[in-house]
Design a protein around this ligand. Structure first.
Ligand code: ADP
Ligand code: MG
Length: 223
């Protein structure tokens, strides 16, 4: 039997609560990072559907706030038009609210933290220590191709903005990846492959987590 099947695994995790496995019955947080078009939203939807995690997308939360027409929303729209990252306090507020309101306390968070400012807000305000950080590895050519064919009317899916977003991603997210790498939490995912193949690799990482292992903890005990 596959260990990652969500319902069975959840039952098993609850039953194992006295077995001494530290994280098996606690809330889990997995970050998913990757360039625009690398497939974060696609894979996170599958993680939510098949692995029982609540998917929170920084981009979708921002988009919803922008749609609401609030003052924060107007600011968000300006930043996105320029292909820039929105200030951390705005995104943190939205994430905090979504996490508090959620019944499901296992989260897969898509597109956050994307820079050092986000990272310190995650640690100091949200106080999140992720169990794992998935980093989607995909060529710029493939990401551009996917974004241009996504065409869902997003204000930032224009060819001149795409190049900027790819640069912002590689420059600002790298320190975040390095930071979690040094804690042994990063799993690089080859995201240039077909959707199902990428998901198979991801399932492997989640089965490690469901086995009660914090990726970082596993690494540090082997040192
Ligand atoms: P992100 O959230 O990282 O910006 P998306 O999940 O929105 O990326 O994917 C961007 C586009 O690429 C979507 O149209 C999606 O259907 C498509 N896509 C996602 N993953 C793959 C894949 N592995 N192979 C081909 N196309 C993909
Ligand atoms: Mg997305």
């Amino acid at each position: 039997m596959e260990r990652v099947a969500s319902d069975d695994t959840k039952k098993e995790l609850v039953q194992n609560k006295d077995s001494g496995e530290v994280s098996s019955n606690q809330s889990k947080v997995v970050y998913v990072l990757g360039g625009p078009g690398s497939g974060k939203s696609t894979q996170c939807s599958k993680i939510a559907k098949h692995l029982g995690f609540r998917h929170l997308s920084a981009g979708d939360l921002l988009e919803a706030e922008a749609e609401s027409g609030s003052n924060d929303g107007k600011m968000i729209r300006e930043y996105k038009k320029e292909g820039k990252l929105v200030p951390s306090e705005i995104i943190v507020k939205l994430l905090q609210k979504a996490m508090q309101e959620s019944q499901n306390k296992n989260f897969v968070i898509d597109g956050f933290p994307r820079n050092e400012e986000n990272l310190s807000a995650a640690e100091n305000i949200l106080k999140i220590e992720p169990n794992a950080v998935l980093v989607f590895d995909c060529s710029e050519e493939e990401m551009t191709r996917r974004i241009l064919s996504r065409n869902q009317g997003r204000v930032d899916d224009k060819i001149d903005t795409i190049k900027k977003r790819l640069n912002v991603y590689s420059e600002s997210t790298l320190p975040v990846i390095n930071y979690y790498s040094s804690k042994g939490k990063v799993r690089k995912i080859d995201a240039g492959r077909p959707i199902e193949e990428v998901f198979d690799e991801i399932k492997g990482v989640f089965s490690e987590l469901n086995a009660g292992q914090d990726l970082g903890r596993k690494e540090s005990t082997s040192n």
